[in-house]
Design a protein around this ligand. Sequence first.
Ligand code: FAD
Length: 343
Amino acid sequence: MTESILVLAHVDENGAALTKASLEAVTAGVELAAQLSAPLSIGIVAAIAPSGTCVLASTGARLLAVSGEAFAQPRYATDAAACEALCRAAAATIVLAPGSARFTRVAAGVAYRLGGCIDTHITALSATEGVEASRWFYRQRVEAVLSRDARPWFLLLDAGTHAAFAAEPATAQIEQIAVELPAVRTTVSGLRAPKQDAQTIRPEAKMLLVAGAGWTKKQPDGQIHVDQAGELILGFLRHTGASLGSSKSLVDQGGEGVPVLPFLTHMNQIGQTGATPRHAKGLSTCCHGEEPHVVGWRFIGDRRAISLDPNCGWTRGKADVVYIADAFQVMAKVNALLGSAKA
Ligand SMILES: Cc1cc2nc3c(=O)[nH]c(=O)nc-3n(C[C@H](O)[C@H](O)[C@H](O)COP(=O)(O)OP(=O)(O)OC[C@H]3O[C@@H](n4cnc5c(N)ncnc54)[C@H](O)[C@@H]3O)c2cc1C
């Protein structure tokens, strides 16, 4: 089958640049097109279409754009119409798109309109015998390699699975694709987002800090020190921009009347019944490292842990480095060093 590959991309909230996840999809598209010797198109959705010079010029792809005020904000009706128009203009058989909130919302609908099919959470692509896409099932325990005959085949890529495409901007020809807008019922009146400090889940961060239940347990002086624990954890996040994960035991405590860290919710939970994030490094603190928790660390590159217990799960081959130490003391020292390095 001769394939025609389209990468769908969108700009960030400021409307200025393509999102990192979109640039990761571009890398995936460039690689797949090279493996298949197939034509590549890149379709951009933005209020103001990039013109003149563009980082995508060196991809050698056909560049298409849908632009206009209607595309300044994510909205099902307009985004679906934009993506459909781009897919038709490119006559795409394989459509790669970032698994962003914006495209995840519309991609299945667009696939349906085009009589195609869709798979999500794709982590790798190859083209040995036709196009093959990998994804994980059953809480990241089973990896499957999928192939399909149906076309167009939409593949939503998980963030962090490809390097973001980077190149010197160069002069590019970008074709404007006209879209017939449907009746639009939804108007976007504004955005309400938590303050940067309050938003502790940061998928793009290089590092993951995990807080375990030990932070709220009695310490060697016979007392609990929850306030101090909160300050140490938030201080580390402020200094490093790390993402915050938690063990299940810690986030479950809220319901049991035990003192809790107010900035943690079940959304922070890492593990079998929680999230499986992707970060280059991870530091576990006051967490025992039991298997149902550690399974959520599958995609963490360098794993380190601080635990008082020399027999904890981390020391049994689950971490690269384990510090048998008091996390209150270690993190206070680390924060002080980070503070003086910044000053
Ligand atoms: C079906 C099932 C699904 C589950 N899913 C998940 C999941 O998705 N995610 C998850 O996390 N768990 C999950 N669990 C629970 C998991 O098995 C563990 O119970 C949980 O991870 C324990 O959390 P913890 O290590 O923070 O707490 P604890 O086991 O209480 O460990 C606290 C640790 O802190 C250490 N500590 C205390 N004070 C200090 C200090 N000052 N400095 C350094 N270390 C200190 C202690 O030595 C201890 O090792 C699941 C369990 C089941 C049965």
